[in-house]
Ligand binder design. Structure first.
Ligand SMILES: CC(C)(COP(=O)(O)OP(=O)(O)OC[C@H]1O[C@@H](n2cnc3c(N)ncnc32)[C@H](O)[C@@H]1OP(=O)(O)O)[C@@H](O)C(=O)NCCC(=O)NCCS
Length: 166
């Protein structure tokens, strides 16, 4: 039995260790991390998955970003411990978090990732949305949290600026 819980401040280093295990060394050199530096993650949307003994099985994080003048959620990193991969947990974390994002009024979500995996949740390639280089544009994917949320939304993805959201 796996439980999904909002990430708490005390979870931070445990989640970092999981990401270090699941991703190639140097993950923090990725351009997407420059959008996260010194910006608080989105409280309540970042989640951890724990088994009945409290052991961390997976985690998903979200940061707010700006696409031109438009607020968006940046999904990721998401990772599942190797002993739990392929059990549907990644899908559960993604679907549950997207539902919460919708409930809390966010309009659009984006990520940099594998289209063959994320297309099953409804993510599609974004045209004209430019992540800081070097990013493969084919891996820049978006999801509408309300109808037409990405219509006409183009431009550079920048760090979050404090403003009324979303
Ligand atoms: C990618 C990841 C989050 C998926 O979580 P998961 O719980 O293992 O995945 P699920 O059980 O929800 O889904 C499994 C399905 O996704 C597929 N899948 C997993 N990773 C995939 C990828 N990179 N590309 C395409 N399909 C992928 C599996 O083949 C499987 O397909 P099936 O349903 O047809 O059998 C997890 O495998 C992981 O942590 N990987 C290492 C870190 C990582 O790559 N994170 C994503 C960064 S973009």
């Amino acid at each position: 039995m796996i439980e999904l819980l909002p990430e708490q401040a005390d979870d931070w280093w445990e989640v970092e260790a999981l990401y270090d295990l699941c991703f190639a060394p140097g993950r923090e050199a990725l351009s997407s991390y420059r959008l996260r530096d010194d910006v608080p993650q989105v409280e309540g949307l970042s989640q951890v998955a724990r088994d009945e003994q409290g052991i961390l099985a997976g985690a998903i994080r979200f940061w707010p970003v700006m696409v031109g003048p438009h607020p968006a959620l940046l999904l990721g990193p998401v990772a599942i411990h190797p002993t739990h991969q392929g059990e549907g947990l990644g899908g559960s974390l993604i679907r549950d978090s997207l539902a919460k994002a919708q409930e809390t009024g966010w309009k659009r979500c984006m990520l940099v990732g594998d289209e063959p995996y994320y297309s099953r949740f409804g993510f599609t390639k974004l045209e004209g949305v430019e992540m800081p280089p070097p990013t493969n544009p084919n891996r820049v994917l978006g999801f509408d949290l309300c109808d037409g949320a990405w219509d006409g939304v183009r431009g550079q993805v920048n760090r979050w600026q404090a403003m009324e959201r979303p």
